[in-house]
Ligand binder design. Structure first.
Ligand SMILES: C[S@@+](CC[C@H](N)C(=O)[O-])C[C@H]1O[C@@H](n2cnc3c(N)ncnc32)[C@H](O)[C@@H]1O
Length: 272
């Protein structure tokens, strides 16, 4: 993971950009999710969340639910639960079955203690005020309830960061170009326990290491291209850099047989 400039961090949490561009629909998110098809070991994240909710009954609120990957799995596996999807983007919620709610995680239109469980999966790095949002999750959670959050490590997909810098350097005609925008660095797996620890005293971390190995550049290129909403924050022509990255991955595959990416994500199970 790379370190963002202040301007890049502001863009990662820019509500208008998130709702109207990055997540105006599920296309870019699906491209980022689909690269994990090539990861070993494969983790069934929705299955893990369902498992963690085995003792939960009543209402589960999935905040920043995106294209509803977790909402639909929970509704299928646990029809006894009332699962509500919440997202700041009305566009992406069009892909999710009701009940859904367009709302900002920082100020949820939910009563105190309204949820038996709250999910905040790969989304806390997008909120403007992370500590205030953690308090907001705790406010809507009933006593004895559980919050499940997820994010990526600061070391996640470092080969993609290096690839981007090399491609950007080639486009600009310099040895190494600017670093790519990092989404999860505002709430990395390493920083998450302390940030969540301001509201929750019992936090269990399940680390999910893996290796993605591709023999075709397409999934890696689709992942890089899914950052298009942040093109202006890249300091390099975005499309040209993606095209150059495709050539570099194709070269690596022809010489080494594959292109490998080291991954580390994790889920955090939090109770008060
Ligand atoms: C990376 S996606 C994760 C989607 C889903 N949770 C998953 O793990 O597949 C982040 C989602 O959070 C939403 N989001 C970002 N900021 C938000 C906010 N302040 N309040 C609610 N949703 C937000 C985005 O619109 C997007 O759908």
């Amino acid at each position: 993971m790379t370190t963002n400039t202040e301007q890049q961090n502001a863009a990662v949490a820019d509500r208008k950009l998130l709702a109207q561009s990055a997540y105006s629909d599920g296309r870019h998110l699906a491209a980022r999710q689909s690269i994990y098809r090539w990861q070993q070991p494969r983790y069934d994240l929705p299955g893990m969340v369902t498992e963690e909710l085995a003792g939960t009954h009543g209402t589960v609120v999935d905040i920043g639910c995106g294209n509803g990957k977790f909402v639909s799995r929970l509704r299928k596996d646990r029809p006894d639960l009332r699962v509500v999807g919440v997202d700041v983007s009305e566009g992406i919620l069009a892909e999710v079955e009701n009940p859904v709610l367009v709302a900002d995680a920082q100020t949820l239109p939910l009563a105190e203690g309204a949820a038996d469980a709250v999910l905040a999966l790969h989304m806390l790095y997008h909120v403007g005020d992370v500590p205030a949002t953690v308090q907001e999750l705790a406010r809507v959670l009933r006593p004895g309830g559980v919050v499940i959050a997820s994010t990526n490590s600061a070391t996640d997909k470092r080969e993609m960061d290096q690839l981007w810098k090399r491609a950007a350097g080639d486009v600009l005609g310099i040895p190494e170009g600017p670093t790519r925008v990092s989404l999860s660095s505002r709430f990395s797996l390493e920083a998450a326990p302390d940030l969540l620890g301001t509201a929750f005293s019992d936090i269990r971390v399940r680390k999910l290491p893996g290796i993605i190995e591709v023999t075709d550049p397409a999934p890696v290129v689709a992942h890089l291209a899914s950052y298009e909403a942040w093109a202006e924050q890249c300091g390099v022509p975005f499309g040209e850099t993606v095209a150059r990255a495709r050539e570099l991955v194709a070269d690596a595959i022809s010489s080494a047989g594959s292109f490998r990416v080291t991954c580390l994500g994790g889920i955090l199970i939090c109770r008060r």
